[in-house]
Design a protein around this ligand. Structure first.
Ligand code: PXL
Length: 276
């Protein structure tokens, strides 16, 4: 079945992240992607010295009312970078504009490497946790997972029992499936823990030396598109990780603000060709 997904996140005009990644990636997955921009920024906040920010919170309820009037609904929702005041309007859209069986993919974009992104207050994770409550698929990195649970991020020296406990906490928040990214037990391997609430499975790729901005958005977009094409959470996470690795490898060292995911789109299309 041809599916329609709504992504709710910012448009950063320059920077290869959020909606400017979600739209091409999800389209390449063969899934219709509607976009509700929660804000428009001149560029993202991860490395640029400054940015403009146009908050579109006020549009959310108006757009919901219009869609409800017209009977417009979605088979899936994928949320990314959003502001605290947008949590309630987004929950309302996900309730009012859901087609039967609609799934919610929540990437709690707010932090990485042990720190919240610029502009987010210390209590933002508690707000974000309300969005995570109804997630069918929750995709935090290790830092976001720790903040959602009110814990101090631990980024190295942990074991499988630690990850299992973290995953358990995230399920207790209300998430059905947890996809925890940035997990590493050996220096050369970086991967994902995927849990349906009963079993934790892992997918690993060789760790690449380069760290690029926007890879979380590429991962979440591929994951959302692939799940809607019928892949299991583990297979979708493995495909997403492969696309991220290919994108990083295609990125020139001088390209500091993002990742050349465009070069990995042919491989993504190819890998999903075999899926009905
Ligand atoms: O890639 C996540 C992201 C999305 N949107 C904006 C950001 C970031 C990360 O820094 O700044 C505006």
């Amino acid at each position: 079945m041809y599916k329609r997904l709504l992504t709710i996140q910012d448009v950063s005009c320059v920077g290869q992240c959020s909606a400017t990644v979600a739209l091409p990636v999800i389209s390449a997955c063969g899934v219709e992607c509607a976009v509700l921009p929660s804000a428009v920024l001149s560029n993202h906040t991860g490395g640029f010295k400054s940015w403009t920010f146009c908050d579109l919170t006020g549009e959310l309820a108006k757009i919901e009312a219009e869609w409800t009037k017209q009977g417009i609904g979605f088979d899936a929702f994928y949320t990314g970078y959003v502001c605290p005041a947008q949590i309630d309007p987004i929950l309302s859209i996900m309730e009012q504009c859901a087609n039967p069986g609609a799934v919610r993919v929540v990437d709690p974009v707010m932090a990485d490497n042990g720190k919240l992104y610029p502009g987010f207050a210390d209590d933002f994770p508690q707000q974000m946790a309300r969005l995570c409550k109804g997630a069918d698929y929750l995709l935090p990195n290790l830092t976001e997972a720790a903040f959602l649970l009110g814990r101090t991020p631990v980024l190295e020296g942990y074991d499988k029992a630690f990850i299992a406990d973290m995953v358990k906490g995230l399920h207790a928040l209300g998430a059905k499936n947890v996809i925890l990214t940035g997990v590493s037990f050996e220096p050369d391997l970086l991967g994902t823990a995927v849990s349906d609430g009963t079993t934790v499975q892992y997918d690993f790729n060789p760790r690449l030396l380069r760290v690029s901005h926007g890879t979380g958005d590429v991962f979440a977009s591929v994951f959302a598109g692939a799940v809607l094409r019928g892949l299991s959470a583990l297979d979708a996470a493995a495909l997403a990780a492969d696309v991220v690795c290919a994108a990083i490898q295609a990125t020139d060292d001088s390209h500091w603000y993002g990742v050349a995911f465009e070069r990995a789109l042919p491989m993504l299309v190819e890998r999903l060709k075999v899926v009905a």
